[in-house]
Design a protein around this ligand. Structure first.
Ligand SMILES: [Zn+2]
Length: 89
């Protein structure tokens, strides 16, 4: 497991998965939908030298409609689209 990188297929037994913790959104929601966000790359930074749209796949919480903080590994998602920080139950 130590040398697993995101994108590699996970080879672990189902028993291990069964005992693992369910990932929850900061709002407590546990179901997510895959969505696309786009960032606009200006001609100055775009590899093609033209303005381009860069698609980003994000997981959106079905309960609050925001991206859970645990699912923003590269800090690509702007603060305004992230789920609100933990609210005490
Ligand atoms: Zn949520």
């Amino acid at each position: 497991m130590a040398d697993w990188k995101p994108g590699d297929p996970m080879r672990i037994s189902l028993d291990v998965v069964k005992d693992a913790k369910v990932v929850k959104c900061n709002c407590g929601g546990a179901f997510f939908t895959e969505k696309l966000m786009f960032k606009k790359l200006s001609a100055l930074i775009s590899p093609t030298g033209k303005e381009e749209l860069y698609p980003m796949q994000v997981m959106v919480c079905d309960s609050c409609g925001k991206v859970p903080r645990d699912m923003n590994p590269y800090d690509m998602v702007d603060e305004e689209y992230l789920a609100k920080k933990k609210i005490s139950k």
